[in-house]
Each structure stands twice: as C-alpha cells, then as structure tokens.
Ligand binder design. Structure first.
Ligand code: F3S
Length: 278
C-alpha cells in the first residue's frame, strides 16, 4: 500500500510560534498560563499541563508573577486591557496575520467605515477581530449578508470595509465580495485568508482526488480539521477523521492501495508520524 503525506499537514507558522512561546516561558521557569487552550489539540494541552502550564478562562484568574500567553487566535482590545490590569507579564502569541486584521478593522473604523467580517461569529478569532472596533457586522456566508442588506435597508453609499476570518475558504470570500461589489459604492476589501490554510485545503483536495482513502488527523473540535475532512469527502468515499493513530481501524484499509494523509494546523508532527507508521 502506498501512503502519501501532504506537505502542508500539521502546524502552521502561527500555531508553531505560539507553542514555542509557551515552551520557552515554561522552560525559563515562569509561572505560565494560557488564556484558553493554546491550540485545539488535547495532546499538546495535556503535555503542557504536565509541565505545569495552566489554562485560564478569564484574565482575572492571572495576577502579578504570572506569565500569560495569548494564543494565535488573538483577543479583543478589551480582553487585552483586562490582562494588562492584572499585573501579569503578557506574551502575545497572536498570529501576525490575525494581528494585521485587528489593525485593518480598527483603522477602517477610524476612517468612518463599517468593518464587515466574513467568518463564524462565535469563533474566538472572529470575536477577537470584532473586539478591535466598536461596531461591526459578522456574516457567516453571503446569504446572511444579503439578509442584512434587505432587512435593514442598508444604503448603497455606506462605506464598508470587508475582511475575512483567516481560515475561511476562497469560495465563500469571493461570493461575499461579488455581492458587496454590486451593493456598495464605496467598498474596500482585504482578502485576509491565510495562505497556509488555502495551501493545506488545496493540497487535501488534490490528494483526495488521487487516493482511494484519506486520513485526516486532528482534534475533532477544530474547525479547520473538520473543513479538511469536508473537502476530502467531495472527492473520496473513504475519509477517516482521527485524533491519533489509536483511532485507526486497519480493516478499513484492507482493499485500499493508495492512502493520503493530511492534518489540521494544530496537529503536532509526532502524531502525524505515528499515523503514517501505523
Ligand atoms: Fe496564522 Fe494562518 Fe496559522 S493565520 S495561526 S498561520 S492558519
């Protein structure tokens, strides 16, 4: 049986950086906390917990002497301020690509534009971005945007600035931009989809067209892993979404000659290696 692992499988730049910053803080003997789990992967979070890194849910759980790491998703301005007021040291591991979006929406608002974010409203990255302006709109898809325009009778001369959640798909973004271009005279758009995500999705799509079975490795709660499985299912009938090697059932691969492996941005290399070996 031939097994091909996608080159883009596993940690992206932003996740890798966040994990390294936690490792460095803990290794330096700092009392290290992360605001929320550092990444969507329970194995990594458990390893950190064993090394004494604690996960907190709100800034107020930190205090002087603590070091708090902000994860790659980023946080709102308000959460950042609350963290500062605890007296804890802050290590900001917000991915620079996400940080750029914070600046874009904040500047757009200062220029009198309404920031519009294309993404999942409840996703922490989107909540963080929305928190860098006082007023904005978040739409999951073009239908939601159309509904807003119709129901609220939004005027065409409203200056709108559109950005995207970094893990959104090109297809979704383009549909929204197409609609907005027809709708708004003074439209400004910034395609802020992360190219690492785009490349991973494209590779998963290509690999799944060439393989009889696909294994997608990642935390079941991670939206980017779920999206990868969805993309693979468009081309391949046998797609297995697993958290780690122990979840593989070898009987599923008996009559298969070609297997592809891809993994979400939060999957560490050692888990991918174990799946490959199995
Ligand atoms: Fe950053 Fe892109 Fe990863 S936005 S966290 S490098 S998926």
């Amino acid at each position: 049986m031939s097994v091909r692992v996608a080159k883009s499988a596993g940690f992206c730049f932003g996740v890798s950086r966040a994990v390294e910053l936690v490792q460095q803080a803990a290794a330096a003997g700092k009392r290290t906390l992360t605001l929320g789990p550092i990444i969507h992967n329970r194995h990594v979070v458990e390893q950190f917990a064993a090394a004494g890194v604690r996960v907190i849910d709100s800034p107020e759980e930190a205090g002087p002497g603590d070091t708090v790491v902000i994860r790659s998703h980023g946080v709102s301005r308000e959460v950042y301020k609350r963290l500062e007021s605890t007296g804890a040291e802050i290590i900001d591991a917000t991915c620079p690509f996400v940080k750029r979006i914070h600046g874009l929406v904040s500047q757009a608002e200062a220029e009198g534009r309404l920031p519009v974010i294309i993404g999942t409203p409840t996703h922490p990255e989107v909540e963080g971005i929305a928190g860098w302006c006082t007023d904005c709109r978040v739409f999951e898809n073009v239908e939601a945007m159309e509904k807003w325009v119709q129901e609220e009778n939004v005027p065409p001369d409203l200056p709108v600035c559109m950005v995207s959640q970094t893990t959104s798909t090109e297809f979704l973004w383009k549909k929204c931009v197409q609609f907005a271009k027809k709708q708004f005279t003074y439209l400004q758009t910034f395609d802020t989809i992360c190219r690492a995500t785009e490349c991973r999705q494209r590779e998963a799509s290509e690999l799944s067209q060439r393989c009889e079975a696909m294994v997608v490795v990642g935390d079941l709660k991670s939206s980017n892993t779920g999206r990868l499985a969805m993309i693979c299912r468009e081309h391949c009938d046998k797609v297995f979404l697993v958290d780690n090697a122990s979840e593989l059932n070898l009987d599923d691969f008996r009559s298969v000659s070609d297997v592809g492996i891809t993994a979400g941005a939060s999957t560490p290399a050692w888990i991918i290696k174990e799946v490959n070996k199995t």
